[in-house]
Design a protein around this ligand. Structure first.
Ligand SMILES: *Cc1c(COP(=O)(O)O)cnc(C)c1O
Length: 490
């Protein structure tokens, strides 16, 4: 059985009407023509289809069609906005302001600029996760050229006050870019009334195809941007390459759907989120990371004390949700977004992000509630895995929960002092989990006194784990040895 998809902040499924029109394009003449070919009907028709899609995308954000630049997605849009701006304006000053809780696409662009001599003012959100517009004002310097603040955060769903930030930027003549990949389609937005200059959009966050997005470039900002790729002058000289007709037509249809359904979608998914929140309210030890008022509809971020996030997710095969980005870095360091919000590492590593979508139902929300309740109750109650009466598990552990890097290992021996079963409880990534599963099955049947464990380097090689995750395996080894030692003493 496939799990229920509750991870709509990471991507959304294609709306069936979008898939349908894309297949039509791919199969028909529209898929043949190069939209840049001006000499025949194949080209003209493709160009016409692209222009009507462009108009749909523009209408969704209250923009003019000619200011939409198609890209491969919000990552590229962020790169074009920030690096393209830096190329166009470096001679005017080299200071930009952004926040520590931006998407990696913005963070990494800012870090690249830092390496090239730019200075970056890094803002930290308040306890409630929001960036205070006054903090933006305070960070502006005489040489500040660009501010990049996302409209809604992808981990917590908190919505920033972009209109207020834009007012500050306008007054100081500073360009404002906003990554709106999470908000476009979930909230009605209008670039004119927001008063911003550059806006990034991704089609696959609004039930469109992956691999296509857009950067909205205001007429005011157009002269400030230089392309970051070269080769043919497409997209008003900002983004070369043959336009992907099927992707763009799908994006256009998804945008039209979003415009039509935005408000009813929002009501629907927020009702599911409410049902979900109230179903868990009495569980205890919960920290709701989403903002009480300024948040995306349908997205819930919660940290659950006393359980490890990855163990929790592994214990809920019925639902597909995201952990608090615990596996993003090689170190297994917990969510930088929640940490920046002041959430302790121990709690941040036990975070779930549940994001409802257009096609979820009430029963999906109910399944999510019971899956989480059952898994949390079990993980909290047991110090050892569920064991038949009279069978005793021995535990060994390594690392601390505080660092978000604890591994606990449980072993059970049979009467002949062979290993009967091994269990791990660890905040780990999928790659490490493969190693744990492999070890579990290999060790069963071996004598506890001579288990021939091998070593982590060898495990990593055999189970295909990247070497930068080795650190975690040394913890596994320590916990396993400690558990075997504890078992040997009885
Ligand atoms: C998903 C997302 C991106 C990346 O978008 P792609 O189209 O996958 O490149 C960028 N920023 C935010 C806030 C996102 O949620």
């Amino acid at each position: 059985m496939k799990p229920i998809f509750l991870d709509h902040a990471s991507t959304t499924p294609l709306d069936p009407v979008v898939a349908e029109i894309m297949v039509e394009v791919l199969k028909g003449d529209l898929g043949t023509g190069n939209p840049s070919s001006g000499t025949h009907a194949f080209g003209w028709d493709a160009a016409t289809a692209i222009e009507s899609a462009r108009a749909e995308v523009a209408a969704l954000i209250g923009a003019r069609a000619e200011d939409i630049i198609f890209t491969s997605g919000a990552t590229e849009s962020d790169n074009l906005a920030i690096l393209g701006f830096a190329r166009g304006r470096a001679d005017q000053g080299r200071h930009l302001v952004t926040s520590r809780t931006e998407h990696k696409a913005v963070l990494d662009c800012a870090r690249q600029l830092e390496k090239r001599g730019w200075q970056v003012g890094w803002l930290t959100p308040d306890r409630d996760g929001r960036i205070d517009p006054a903090a933006v004002a305070a960070a502006l310097r005489a040489d500040t050229q660009l501010v990049s603040i996302m409209q809604a955060n992808n981990e917590t769903g908190v919505v920033h006050d972009i209109a207020a930030i834009a007012m500050i930027c306008r007054a100081r003549g500073v360009c404002l870019h906003s990554d709106a990949a999470q908000s476009v389609g979930r909230m009605l937005i209008n670039v004119e009334s927001l008063g911003i200059d550059l806006l990034s959009i991704s089609a696959h966050k609004l039930y469109g195809p992956k691999g296509i997005g857009a950067l909205w470039v205001s007429p005011r900002a157009r002269p400030w941007i230089e392309p970051i790729m070269w080769g043919g002058g497409h997209e008003r000289g900002l983004r070369p390459g043959t336009l992907a007709t099927h992707q763009i037509v799908g994006f256009g249809r998804a945008a039209a759907q979003a415009r039509e359904h935005c408000e009813s979608d929002a009501r629907h998914i927020e009702a599911l989120a409410e049902r979900f929140r109230s179903g868990l309210a009495d569980l205890g030890g919960l920290r709701w990371n989403d903002h009480p008022v300024h948040r995306l509809p349908g997205l819930v971020s919660l940290s659950i004390a006393g359980v490890e996030g990855e163990s929790l997710i592994a214990a809920m095969p019925a639902i597909a949700v995201s952990s608090g980005a615990a596996c993003d870095s090689a170190s297994g360091e917990p969510s930088y977004v929640l940490r920046a919000q002041g959430v302790k590492a121990e709690l941040a590593q036990s975070t779930l992000r549940v994001a409802f979508g257009r096609f979820n139902t009430e029963s999906d929300a109910a399944v999510a509630v019971s899956a989480i309740r059952e898994a949390v109750t079990e993980l909290r109650s047991q110090d050892a895995p569920g064991s038949p009466a009279g069978v005793y598990w021995k535990m060994g552990k390594s690392g601390s929960l505080r660092e978000g890097a604890q591994v606990r290992c449980f072993v059970r021996l049979d009467a002949a002092r062979r290993i009967a079963a091994v269990e791990f409880r660890a905040a780990t990534c999928p790659g490490v989990r493969v190693v744990l599963e492999g070890l579990k099955s290999e060790l069963v049947g071996r004598f506890a006194a001579t288990p021939e464990l091998g070593d982590p380097r060898d495990w990593a090689r055999r189970f295909g784990l990247p070497t930068e995750k080795l650190g975690r395996l040394f913890r596994v080894e320590d916990a396993l040895r400690a558990a075997l030692e504890a078992a040997g003493e009885t």
